[in-house]
Design a protein around this ligand. Sequence first.
Ligand SMILES: [Fe+2]
Ligand SMILES: [Fe+2]
Length: 187
Amino acid sequence: MLFRLAEPYLSVRNDLLHTQVAHQYCLRLLSAEGGDQRIVEPAVILHDVGWSKLPPEQLKIAFGIRAGGPEARRLNRIHEVEGAVIAGRLLQTLNYDPGLIEQITEMIERHDSGKHPESLEEKMLKDADKLWRYSGVGFRQEVERQGVGRHEMVRFLERLLSALFTPTALLLAEEELKTRAREIGTT
Ligand SMILES: [Fe+2]
Ligand SMILES: [Fe+2]
């Protein structure tokens, strides 16, 4: 249901697949790490709806391993802030608990820029978002979308391991990364 509501917003940057994969990871994190499913699941499903507020030509500047500088940061911030607003609205239409909506939208509002997650749920959102890039489909899509080499992407993902918060996410990422490295013949 929530996916259906989010879909029109996610299709703008082709983020539906990203979100579905992140959602699958979030379910695995929930079963291994615990955490409040009523918060984590909607947060993951809705975390990127804010990209729909940016025109396509600006989307390229805003993300990826080569993104940087104040303009990328400004655009990234827009997707967080607008995403929180849209997510809050969508959850209200479902009569979701207002206290939960508040927690979910606060997490979405800083899902990229926030460096110090305050709760297990927030850590899981950040981890599920990143795990997408380690998955087979996410790796291939990001390589193409960001125009980077596969070896460069593997090296980037090795560095990114230290940015994961939960032990389960680290385990999953390391496993996937081994497979990606094998696929491109680096091991
Ligand atoms: Fe995002
Ligand atoms: Fe994302």
